[in-house]
Design a protein around this ligand. Structure first.
Ligand SMILES: Cc1cc2nc3c(=O)[nH]c(=O)nc-3n(C[C@H](O)[C@H](O)[C@H](O)COP(=O)(O)OP(=O)(O)OC[C@H]3O[C@@H](n4cnc5c(N)ncnc54)[C@H](O)[C@@H]3O)c2cc1C
Length: 409
């Protein structure tokens, strides 16, 4: 009987595991991929969708376009697994596996901040990006209808909490949309009506970047009308603003929480996995502790590192872990020893909006339009389908000469 390889999650980890399975494995094993959505989502471009510089369909690829027709795809939600019975439970059935790969990603972490989940917007999924984009459009429409200046300013106060790559990229996109596109489109709204805060718990934005690039990013955002608030910790989110750890109330009609992520949990009905920092502990070959046929990869897994903190939750790590896991599945099936995963950092990139970015690649530092062009090119070539690459390239090129598309979705 054919061995059954079951892949949970068709994000970066899951898809790259599938793609790197050698031909002999694909031809001789049954392969099933399960995901709650029917598309692969290219998360690094979510801020561009929220900021209306890309269309929602630009950054997704149907899973069935990526996989071969003989591979089973089930659009469903994983409920739990049982490593003793070697089964995965879905709401309507149970599936047996011989080899399991779990790459179910992560979710927004609110750190228990009161009101954060209730009152803030997030940017984790395609729906979140579409919701934010619609919110921006709706708010500007509403503000344009009021003759009361104070009310207009209240409506047009926005805040992004968290100055890591997601917070910075979203703020850069929003700044361009608000201060360039919308101020041109709405005759009765001027730049002085709009307030866009970026609130940062640390003393600098993009803390993982080189000092010069961090400074450049902060200066660029401030030049683009962003009010940067460093060393400010949000202790509560309310319907009309936030309370800081110092007790200050900052009013904001729209708050976006981009301050943290935590791994999705995977419930094991046979007893629990070893979890630390919310992530499942794995060995150097990405196999979950106390198992020999369960690979946990991407944001979910806590890879052994010297400081015990695991590797960062990034697409490039999930992708490389997927590639390694595909190879290791082949070795496992041949009863060969597994190879250790070694992470090769390819570089750091962050867009700042307005055709500006910072990039740090193999010790070289880039900023400005050149960095933006590199950022754009590298992301483009990470798309599997030529159709999407072309579509994004056209959208970006059109954006160079025209306004963003502010059609409400
Ligand atoms: C806005 C944003 C910007 C980012 N920018 C960058 C960047 O510039 N560079 C970078 O390296 N990283 C970036 N990241 C991080 C990157 O997206 C993640 O690290 C990466 O996606 C992790 O890969 P993964 O395979 O672990 O999870 P994912 O790619 O998230 O895939 C998880 C999959 O599991 C599915 N799933 C989840 N739960 C279930 C369930 N119970 N049942 C069935 N299916 C389920 C999901 O639908 C999803 O398809 C960004 C993330 C966000 C949100």
């Amino acid at each position: 009987m054919k061995k059954h390889i079951l892949i949970l999650g068709a994000g970066f980890g899951g898809i790259y595991t599938y793609k790197s399975l050698p031909k002999w494995v694909r031809n001789n094993c049954e392969i099933t991929i399960i995901d709650k959505r029917n598309h692969f989502l290219f998360t690094p471009l979510l801020p561009e969708v929220a900021g209306a510089s890309l269309d929602v369909h630009d950054i997704v690829e149907p899973i069935r376009d990526i996989i071969s027709p003989h591979v089973h795809f089930i659009q469903s939600t994983v409920v739990s697994i049982d490593t003793k019975k070697q089964t995965v439970e879905l709401p309507d059935r149970e599936l047996h596996y011989d080899v399991l790969v779990s790459s179910l990603g992560s979710t927004t972490h609110f750190f228990g901040t009161p009101g954060a989940e209730e009152f803030s917007y997030i940017l984790k999924d395609l729906d979140d990006a579409a919701e934010l984009r619609n919110r921006f459009i709706d708010i500007f429409e509403e503000a344009s209808r009021t003759a009361d200046e104070q009310e207009r300013k209240r409506l047009l106060t926005f805040m992004v909490v968290g100055a890591g790559p997601t917070g910075v990229e979203l703020t850069g996109e929003a700044a361009e949309l608000f201060f360039e596109t919308f101020t041109d489109q709405f005759e009765d709204i001027s730049a002085s009506d709009i307030t866009l805060y970026l609130v940062n718990g640390g003393d600098e934005v993009l803390s993982m970047f080189d000092k010069k690039l961090r400074t450049y990013a902060a200066e660029t955002l401030v030049r683009d009308h962003v009010i940067l608030k460093n060393n400010v910790r949000v202790s509560e989110v309310a319907a009309d603003g936030v309370v800081t750890a110092d007790g200050e109330f900052i009013s904001a009609h729209t708050v976006v929480w981009a301050a943290g992520v935590t791994a999705n949990s995977l419930t094991c009905s046979c007893g629990s996995f070893e979890v630390e920092r919310g992530r499942i502990k794995v060995n150097e070959s990405l196999v979950a502790d106390n198992t020999n046929n369960v690979f946990i990869i991407g944001d979910m897994s806590l890879f052994p590192t010297e400081d015990g903190r695991g590797l960062p939750m990034t697409a490039q790590i999930a992708k490389q872990q997927g590639t390694q896991t595909g190879k290791n599945i082949s070795r496992l099936l041949q009863e060969k020893p597994l190879e250790k995963f070694v992470y090769h950092e390819k570089g750091l990139l962050a867009s700042l909006g307005s055709f500006d970015a910072v990039a740090q690649i193999k010790g070289f530092k880039f900023k400005g339009f050149l960095a933006w062009f590199m950022w754009r090119t590298i992301y483009l070539f990470n798309f599997a389908s030529h159709k999407k690459r072309l579509k994004i390239m056209v959208d970006w090129t059109v954006n160079l000469f025209s306004h963003r598309d502010t059609t409400r979705l």
